[in-house]
Design a protein around this ligand. Structure first.
Ligand SMILES: NC(=O)c1ccc[n+]([C@@H]2O[C@H](COP(=O)([O-])OP(=O)(O)OC[C@H]3O[C@@H](n4cnc5c(N)ncnc54)[C@H](O)[C@@H]3O)[C@@H](O)[C@H]2O)c1
Length: 404
């Protein structure tokens, strides 16, 4: 969740081209025929249309590739902080800035806004953007209160505007690979998954990101399960199923004061949940701010294939079972991107894909991959998990935000 660029593992996850041949030969990765087509073209999109975007939030929000997408033009940027406004203008080669999101949305020229403000502000800011008649993409999570999930659903259905959540796990190269294997039936029945996001130090008293200018930031004492989407996204982003029942436990180290006094009244530094899905499957879903393990990763267990992502504990990338394709490494998915964006990017190579998917959805007038329904399906189980942990692990139902 930090402003990380590529880790060594991320760089390795940018797959060697040689592996593509194996994937193609295996015939198990659907859509690969698109690769040859895209390689001859500059862009998978056949349109000259340019989506006019505004970008808000010059921390994490400055690590995307809006200026590189041939179908996008950055018309204005905004941050409350002048230094970050400047940084955004330089990064996206844009000469217009506004002092706040609230001012930026008055610009009639802008048709879509990227909201990369702090997590507790996403719902309010996305609602403000959509209320102004503009499409929105936000950083994760979609919201941190269930009531806001209802408001976002209502706004989407009232306006018909598009919303996307920039869930990085969805376009981690391993997640794209698992999704394609799932679509091709390689897993058999995928009946159990272990999905986890371990990021030691987030929200702790001594974490640099917990403080700005001598004041506590939104990260100070943040409940781990208010930030569940890097974990839940690794199941929902692969199979599309919904998490319906949640039982969660929480823990905190005794000597960490951030978990004793924070605006969230949150007593947990780390949480682990057991969740049931609408297909009767099991999911073990964790978010840890404590300990030493690190990473956004999953293990997917099917009747014909078990897929292990590499872990900080030494588990190597492995595909086991009769459903396993003969890959020595991951396929190269860069054919899904315009040529100008086919390079390494943050969080497992996901940033270029997230950028392009939002733009492509608007150009093609279709729902984006992690649309509002998927985003709330990834976010709400964590909010319910936090309540379950406060009740000592009581199993609770997760409300559905899907279309009736
Ligand atoms: N892997 C991931 O998906 C990932 C990684 C890092 C951060 N994030 C998320 O991205 C978001 C941003 O993270 P960050 O580290 O940059 O947070 P941050 O708190 O450092 O930055 C948020 C910025 O938003 C600006 N802002 C707030 N309200 C505004 C307004 N009304 N108008 C204009 N600007 C406003 C602030 O001035 C601040 O610079 C967070 O929600 C975070 O959780 C996600």
């Amino acid at each position: 969740m930090g402003m990380s660029g590529m880790t060594r593992r991320d760089v390795l996850a940018q797959a060697p081209k040689a592996a593509v041949a194996g994937a193609l030969a295996s015939g198990l990765v659907s859509g690969m025929s698109g690769q040859a087509r895209a390689e001859a073209d500059d862009s998978p999109l056949k349109s000259d249309r340019k989506i006019r975007v505004g970008i808000v939030g010059g921390g994490f929000g400055a690590s995307f590739q809006w200026h590189e997408d041939p179908n996008c033009t950055v018309r204005a940027v905004s941050d409350l902080r002048p230094d970050r406004r400047d940084h955004l203008m330089k990064t996206y080669k844009c000469d217009k800035s506004y002092e706040s999101l609230e001012k930026l949305i008055l610009d009639k020229d802008i048709e879509a806004v990227a909201v990369f403000t702090g997590a507790p502000d996403h719902a309010r800011h996305v609602l403000t953007v959509m209320n102004a008649g503009k499409h929105a993409i936000s950083a994760v999570p979609a919201c941190i209160q269930i009531e806001d999930a209802y408001k976002m659903k209502e706004m989407k259905e009232k306006t018909g505007l598009k919303y996307m959540m920039a869930e990085t796990s969805y376009y981690r190269q391993n997640c794209i690979a698992a999704r394609k294997l799932f679509q091709d039936g390689a897993f058999g029945e995928l009946f159990y998954s272990e999905v986890e996001y371990y990021h030691p130090g987030i929200g702790a008293h001594k974490d640099g990101l917990s403080w700005w200018n001598g004041k506590k930031t939104w990260r100070y004492g943040l409940p781990p399960m208010f930030y569940p989407t890097h974990s839940t996204g690794l199941l929902i982003g692969v199979t599309g199923e919904r998490l319906t029942d949640v039982s969660c436990l929480g823990w905190a180290p005794k000597d960490e004061i951030a978990w004793k006094d924070n605006v969230y009244n949150n007593p947990f530094g780390s949480c682990m949940a057991l969740m049931k899905t609408d297909r009767g499957h099991m999911c073990r879903c964790g978010v840890f701010w404590d300990g030493t393990a690190h990473g956004e990763r999953a293990q997917w267990f099917g009747t014909k294939l078990t897929y292990y992502m590499a872990s900080s504990g030494g588990q190597p990338f492995a595909l086991k079972g009769p459903g396993a394709p003969k890959w020595s490494d991951l396929p190269d998915f860069s054919y899904m991107l315009p040529k100008s964006m086919r390079h390494a990017s943050g969080h497992g190579g996901s940033h270029t894909f997230l950028t392009h998917e939002f733009i492509a959805a608007l150009v093609e007038d279709r729902e984006p991959a992690v649309n509002l329904y998927e985003a709330l399906a990834m976010t709400a189980p964590g909010l319910v998990a936090h309540q379950s942990a406060l009740k000592g692990g009581e199993q609770l139902k997760v409300p559905s935000f899907d279309k009736a």
